[in-house]
Design a binder for this molecule. Structure first.
Ligand SMILES: Nc1nc2c(ncn2[C@@H]2O[C@H](COP(=O)(O)OP(=O)(O)OP(=O)(O)O)[C@@H](O)[C@H]2O)c(=O)[nH]1
Ligand SMILES: [Mg+2]
Length: 248
């Protein structure tokens, strides 16, 4: 049986980059895997949607108004399930992350080794990240490592993959962002996390949504709130996505 992978891109005004990302997504990397592309457009006011369609996006989900990146990722995960995905992949639309490495990212899920994977920039290579961004990444990653009592290298990655069961159980408790609260939620529920080294190149087009103060004032309370919520452990189906043949 073929496994359906849906790659979704949360996007807000990324007309200059989104077409390149979509075109780089490998569509045929295993005979038993089918790959589709979903764009979650969050009220873009530029030509993001037209460019995405022209580049070959299979599905477009549009919010009339901007709701935030956390809300968009939540929608992306729900839409993946509705569209019948076995595995969901998210990747930023700004061309900072290597879409060509999606097969590496999903391999641990297809091997039955993990339920949730993150592309790790700090295990791979980084071009152009400013020092204050690097410090912020170290801080938030260390915080997650301490809270989860497990070592994480890159807790803010914009490239992740999810088993179907992880998508069904994932909860993102705020609309502003997803990066930390999603990992805290899934790992506490017992899903197996694995980081995969990736190469990263800072954006050369568009605009970053991160504003330092807004980020701190929203993300820290959300982490606190997530950690205070009791979660139920899930009995993980370790063999759910195991493929019969090796990758080709
Ligand atoms: N849905 C949604 N997506 C957004 C919003 N703001 C940004 N994005 C998308 O989310 C992804 C990550 O946003 P970025 O602004 O690149 O955040 P970042 O990668 O952490 O920051 P940079 O390193 O500066 O690029 C990109 O694909 C954006 O298009 C938003 O308000 N809603
Ligand atoms: Mg970015």
């Amino acid at each position: 049986m073929k496994q359906k992978i849906i790659v979704f891109l949360p996007a807000h005004n990324e007309e200059e980059a989104i077409g390149t990302v979509i075109q780089k997504i490998p569509r045929h990397f295993h005979p038993n895997v089918e790959v589709k592309v979903l764009v979650v457009d969050d009220g873009s006011t530029d030509r993001t949607v037209e460019v995405a369609k022209a580049a070959g996006a299979d599905y477009i989900y549009q919010n009339e108004q901007n709701k935030g990146l956390g809300a968009a990722v939540r929608t992306g995960l729900q839409q993946c399930l509705q569209l019948g995905a076995d595995i969901g992949v998210m990747i930023d639309a700004d061309n900072e992350y290597p879409a060509e490495q999606i097969p590496d990212l999903v391999a641990p899920i297809l091997n039955g080794e993990a339920d949730y994977t993150m592309g790790s920039r700090f295990l791979g290579t980084i071009k152009g990240m400013k020092w204050h961004r690097r410090l912020g990444n170290y801080f938030f990653t260390l915080l997650q490592s301490i809270l989860l009592k497990t070592w994480i290298y890159d807790g803010q990655s914009g490239m992740r993959a999810f088993s179907k069961q992880a998508m069904e159980h994932a909860e993102i408790i705020h609309d502003y962002n997803y990066a930390q609260v999603l990992t805290l939620n899934l790992v506490r529920k017992g899903f197996r996390l694995k980081e995969v080294p990736i190469s990263y190149q800072v954006r050369t087009t568009g605009k970053s949504f991160i504003k330092f103060q807004a980020y701190l004032s929203r993300v820290i309370p959300a982490i606190w709130k997530e950690m205070r919520r009791p979660v139920q452990k899930v009995v993980v189906n370790e063999q759910a996505h195991k493929l019969k043949t090796a990758r080709s």
